[in-house]
Design a protein around this ligand. Structure first.
Ligand code: HEM
Length: 364
């Protein structure tokens, strides 16, 4: 199933083919910000709707983000994935999850999501619309039996659900942290703006072909992924064989959590200023986040690595570059420490604890 995701839905060529969706949604976002007329905008909300809308259009063929029920359902689903389940770790105490209503909420949410996805898949089967979204592609694979095994309806729904869970909250959390750190460090914000505005001189928007020339933009993204990996403990892994690691013996079948957040702040690797946001540190180093350099693995590494990396990075680069090109940014004058700080929420993807408000003005 993972190879279906990687080869048919998320590989580079596919990701590139959805360029028109990205451009249209980014242009709507820029318009929304422009209309704020120098009043504080809730960037957390704007970035979350943008990623929801892009993933909805690419995966399902249209936007469902505006339907409040779907938005609420997706938020609930993602929140539940990050809740600590006592029964998973201490089976004898599983009754606690039942008493506190976790089991009932999980069951209800699962059923509602299943009904929603069932409706979406059926719409596609009935030939509603003429698209080439993920559901269409998966249905074609099912019809043509073009992979070596059967893909049933449940698997199609599961893959689509994975794209939502894996792709929306993570990508918007990353962009929220990038804007947070840039607003906290106006010097770096200015440097990035200069780069973007030089590359796109005389034009009102940034296009995907411009990004190649933006080395500092890539450094800002890398630095944010280092300090604020959206999935700081990755997803739980299990060792398949006995391993000796340092002085520890890890038997086969042990659940292993990898602390990407701590790896990114390791003083031995990153130096005494490991806790500071400094994009410059990436300008002369080849270390990348694509799973080859173990000091920077916000998308994981190896066979379980995130298949959505290109999807996320291509969208992220274009959004950030356009935000830098189209506006000057600052925190509202009366911002509190909570509003300008880096306090983190809990959950599967780690967002800011408080929404990010900023003032956008026309470029000077
Ligand atoms: C900044 C954005 C993203 C980050 C930081 C991120 C991070 C991760 C991480 C850390 C893992 C677990 C890797 C492991 O445990 O080895 C993962 C898995 C996964 N991601 Fe992402 N991801 C992002 C965006 C996306 C997008 C856009 C999609 C799809 C559209 C996606 C789909 C998935 C899926 C399906 C898995 C599970 C893979 C498996 O179980 O083998 N992710 N991601």
């Amino acid at each position: 199933m993972k190879s279906v995701c990687v080869l048919h839905l998320l590989r580079n060529k596919m990701v590139r083919s959805f360029g028109n969706v990205r451009e249209e949604e980014i242009s709507l976002m820029m318009e929304k910000i422009r209309k704020s007329s120098s009043l504080p905008v809730n960037l957390s909300e704007i970035l979350a709707s943008l990623t929801n809308d892009v993933v909805s259009r690419v995966a399902l063929g249209k936007k469902y983000g505006g339907e409040t029920d779907f938005k609420e359902l997706l938020e609930r689903f993602i929140r539940l994935l990050g809740v600590f389940s006592v029964g998973t770790y201490v089976p004898l105490l599983a009754w606690i999850d039942w008493i506190r209503g976790l089991d009932a909420e999980v069951e209800k949410t699962k059923n509602e999501f299943d009904e929603f996805l069932e409706r979406v898949v059926q719409d596609h089967v009935d030939g509603y619309g003429d698209r080439n979204d993920f559901v269409d592609i998966l249905l074609a694979i099912q019809r043509n039996k073009s992979v070596g095994f059967e893909i049933d309806r449940l698997s199609i729904k599961a893959i689509i659900l994975d794209a939502f869970v894996g792709g929306t909250d993570t990508t918007s959390a990353l962009m929220e942290w990038e804007m947070t750190e840039l607003l906290r460090h106006p010097k770096f914000l200015k440097r990035l703006q200069e780069e973007v505005r030089t590359v796109c001189k005389g034009r009102s928007i940034v296009l995907e072909d411009d990004i190649q020339a933006m080395g500092y933009l890539r450094a800002v993204i890398k630095e944010t992924l280092r300090l604020h990996p959206p999935v700081p403990l990755m997803v739980p892994h299990e060792s398949t064989e006995d391993v000796k690691l340092g002085d520890y013996h890890v038997p086969a079948g042990t659940q292993v959590m990898i602390n990407v957040w701590a790896i990114g702040r390791e003083v031995a690797t990153w130096g005494p200023d490991a806790d500071e946001f400094k994009p410059e540190r990436h300008l002369d180093t080849p270390a990348d986040f694509r799973g080859q350099d173990f000091e920077l693995i916000p998308f994981g590494a190896g066979r379980r690595m995130c298949p959505g990396i290109s999807f996320a990075v291509v969208l992220n680069e274009l959004v950030l570059a356009n935000l830098m090109h189209g506006f000057d940014w600052r925190f509202p004058v009366k911002s509190t420490e909570d509003q300008t700080g880096v306090a983190e929420s809990t959950g599967l993807a780690i967002h800011r604890m408080f929404p990010l408000y900023a003032i956008a003005s026309s470029p000077t």
